[in-house]
Write a protein that binds this ligand. Structure first.
Ligand SMILES: [Fe+2]
Ligand SMILES: [Fe+2]
Length: 187
């Protein structure tokens, strides 16, 4: 993987995650106002972020961070924080997923509990992506060589994206339609 391809791909994934977070935010607004959000799609968003972003995106980043750190020790505080955030995002995401399951299964759960978890998740995830976009990606272009990107790509076995890729898994078909519709509305 050449560095000039690697960073745009990294950025594209962030853009996709942000679209999903925007959708989640809109649905949470509806929830807050006592409306009827689409809980199934909200759950699919979290499922995707926990199963694709967490399993493929974050381990590749962790590898990129490690390699960048070897070249520029001054990045240590930023990178340490971002790696910690990966763990927080995963924990809060699991919690939010569980709450959405509870709602779908009609198990009582206080609204404030769901709102607090969703707000934490949204704030954390968005600020995490913003920091990476502003502080890490521009540096990665300079610091990482081709052999580093090969290592980054090899951090996890390659897997097709089940939501945004060409071969959409059945689980995400409705979400993909919804996301495409949202995109059409904003363009
Ligand atoms: Fe990250
Ligand atoms: Fe990221």
């Amino acid at each position: 993987m050449k560095s000039e391809y690697a960073v745009p791909l990294w950025h594209d994934e962030h853009e996709r995650f942000l679209r999903l977070l925007d959708f989640l935010d809109t649905e949470m607004m509806c929830f807050h106002e006592g409306g009827h959000p689409n809980y199934d799609l909200m759950r699919d968003v979290i499922y995707y972020l926990q199963h694709y972003a967490d399993r493929y995106h974050h381990p590749r980043e962790d590898m990129a961070f490690e390699l960048m750190l070897k070249r520029d020790a001054a990045l240590a505080p930023h990178i340490k924080r971002l790696m910690h955030e990966h763990r927080v995002i995963k924990t809060v995401g699991n919690k939010l997923y569980k709450y959405l399951e509870d709602i779908i299964e009609d198990t009582f759960i206080p609204r404030e509990t769901v709102e607090a978890a969703a707000a934490t998740y949204l704030v954390y995830y968005r600020s995490h992506i913003k920091t990476e976009e502003m502080e890490i990606l521009p540096q990665a272009i300079h610091l990482l060589q081709e052999e580093d990107w090969t290592q980054v790509a090899a951090a996890v076995p390659a897997a097709p994206d089940p939501l945004f890729g060409n071969d959409i898994s059945a689980r995400y078909r409705d979400l993909r339609i919804q996301i495409a519709r949202e995109k059409a509305l904003t363009h």
